[in-house]
Write a protein that binds this ligand. Structure first.
Ligand code: SME
Length: 160
């Protein structure tokens, strides 16, 4: 299912002045609904101490609320400044298990140029669940969120 309606909803919420936390929550809920093979969909925000911290998510609660840069699939994506599409997590030695049922995982960075704000993390119970179309739609949502973070950073600079 396309993310067009989700992007429209996010645009609308943003015009209404919704705070970033609300936009993140809406984005994760909306994205989760677009694919029955997305079994856990969440956002990790990158903080200045170089730690990823779990934000809004849909799916089972996870122990991995904080992830250090370089740890697991999520931390590796930040360390290497790239998206990760892991077809079978059983082949990853430093994988941090969220659920024993997870087979594949996709991490797409929320980034604006060199600035990385965080990432969208999706787990699936299916091996190799993330094809080109799935990656492209997650990327669209990540890019939309990167602009929302940019806007928040810009308003911080202009608000006394
Ligand atoms: N599997 C991730 C940890 C996050 S949970 O999947 C929600 C990792 O290896 O970094």
């Amino acid at each position: 299912m396309t993310v067009d309606p989700l992007i429209e909803r996010l645009d609308q919420l943003s015009r209404e002045g919704a705070p970033l936390e609300r936009l993140l929550d809406e984005a994760m809920r909306g994205l989760h609904e677009t694919d029955p093979h997305f079994h856990w969909t969440g956002v990790y925000e990158l903080f200045e101490d170089n730690m990823l911290r779990l934000g809004p998510f849909v799916g089972a609660p996870t122990d991995h609320v904080f992830i250090g840069v370089g740890n697991g699939v999520c931390g590796t994506a930040i360390a290497e400044k790239r998206n990760m599409n892991v077809p079978d997590v059983r082949e990853i030695s430093n994988y941090l298990a969220c659920s024993t049922e997870t087979r594949s995982e996709l991490v797409v960075l929320i980034r604006s140029g060199e600035r990385i704000y965080g990432q969208i993390d999706i787990d699936s119970h299916r091996v190799a669940a993330f094809d080109e179309d799935a990656v492209a739609k997650v990327q669209r949502v990540a890019d939309w969120l990167a602009r929302a973070y940019d806007a928040k950073a810009a308003s911080r600079r202009t608000t006394p």
